[in-house]
Design a protein around this ligand. Structure first.
Ligand code: ACO
Length: 323
């Protein structure tokens, strides 16, 4: 059976910028505090009237242009998002309409910040079974639509964006391994309660803060470091690899201090960790493909990459792949 290999990558970042100085105007915070505690200086924010599918379409068009790919060859599109355009239909379906694709298997996957890794594993499985040849895996989130601009415990972290990769069969190693886990006990520490079937949009909740993303930052921080580090160690162990074999670590971009703590815990050489958090913030399911896309010049064919993510659920995982 073939491997699934990544043969192209694309990305999209909205034009709008939200700097730390902008946040100083709307809540009690400072550029100094935010940089010191998160490593973030700026985030990109999607303009109102546009949605997650619009960013995903732009990212897919970017991929097709850069790699001269024919979009009509696509058999399946998996969209990792927790900020869909609407509850139904799936954002993946809306994307097929915008790209004029008529016979594609398209569906969404919601695992918050771990979504891209979950979807990548699913996409790789589709290719490895030989049922599907060309699979797009998108990570896209318009999280600014769910962030309370006056809440300094969340507004400092999040930005919008979309990244996408193209998977196809290959005789050489591509996606090598994936280790995904989740634990629903984490649901109370990081969530957006409003808008689902428990608290529909006509519910009273829409007058209170539960319509926004809420988190217990300290619990999330600790759990993120522990879970991502353990996932990376598990992948290394079962593939009989040492950390020195990894060319690039691509961690979920949630907080620079989380990224540094994971790097330290798994003992990777500092300059082997790719980041883009400084000017992007946490773009949820988009962080990993966007981080690769923005650092693509550093990655050589044949490099071994370890990707790792943690998000609401809690959900987490690590993937090992040969570029
Ligand atoms: N600006 C200024 N001061 C602040 C701010 C702010 N934005 N936020 C908190 N403070 C103050 C607090 O009041 C506190 O003051 P005190 O010492 O006088 O009581 C002090 O700064 C420290 O506050 P902490 O909450 O302890 O700050 P911490 O270092 O934990 O940083 C943060 C908060 C940035 C939210 C951090 O906990 C974090 O990044 N957590 C992880 C969050 C995350 O990654 N979420 C996304 C996960 S992925 C997904 O699926 C969405």
């Amino acid at each position: 059976r073939p491997y699934a290999a990544i043969t192209a990558i694309g990305g999209y970042l909205p034009q709008g910028r939200r700097t730390n100085f902008d946040l100083e105007q709307v809540c009690d915070t400072s550029d100094e505090w935010i940089v010191k505690r998160t490593g973030i200086k700026e985030r990109r924010i999607l303009e109102q009237g546009l949605a997650t599918s619009d960013m995903a379409v732009m990212a897919i068009r970017d991929l097709c242009t850069r790699y001269d790919k024919d979009i009509s060859a696509i058999d399946a599109i998996i969209v990792a998002t927790s900020t869909p355009d609407m509850l139904m239909p799936a954002t993946a379906n809306i994307i097929t309409q915008k790209l004029n694709l008529k016979n594609v298997w398209a569906f969404d996957m919601n695992a918050a910040c771990s979504g891209f890794l979950y979807a990548l594993d699913m996409g790789a499985s589709l290719v490895e079974t030989e049922r599907y040849k060309n699979v797009l895996v998108v990570g896209a989130d318009n999280i600014s639509a769910f962030v309370n601009i006056h809440d300094r415990s969340t507004n400092i972290l999040f930005g919008d964006g979309a990244g996408v990769i193209w998977l196809e069969p290959s005789a050489e190693a591509g996606i090598i391994d994936a280790f995904m886990q989740s634990n629903g006990d984490g649901r109370e520490f990081l969530n957006i309660e409003g808008g689902g079937s428990l608290h529909p949009t006509h519910d009273d909740i829409f007058s209170d803060e539960r319509r926004y993303l809420r988190q217990d930052g300290k619990v999330v921080f600790k759990q993120a470091v522990q879970s991502m580090s353990n996932a990376c160690k598990s992948v290394l162990q079962r593939n009989q690899l040492g950390i020195e074999h990894i060319d690039w670590l691509v961690p979920h971009q949630a907080n620079k201090r989380i990224i540094d703590a994971v790097g330290k815990e798994i003992n990777i050489q500092e300059d082997k960790t790719l980041t883009n958090i400084e000017y992007r913030g946490n773009t949820i399911a988009a962080t990993i493909p966007l981080c690769i896309w923005e650092n693509i010049k550093l990655i050589q064919k044949g490099d071994l990459l370890m990707l790792t993510a943690f998000g609401a659920g809690f959900s987490w995982g690590a993937s090992l792949l040969r570029w």
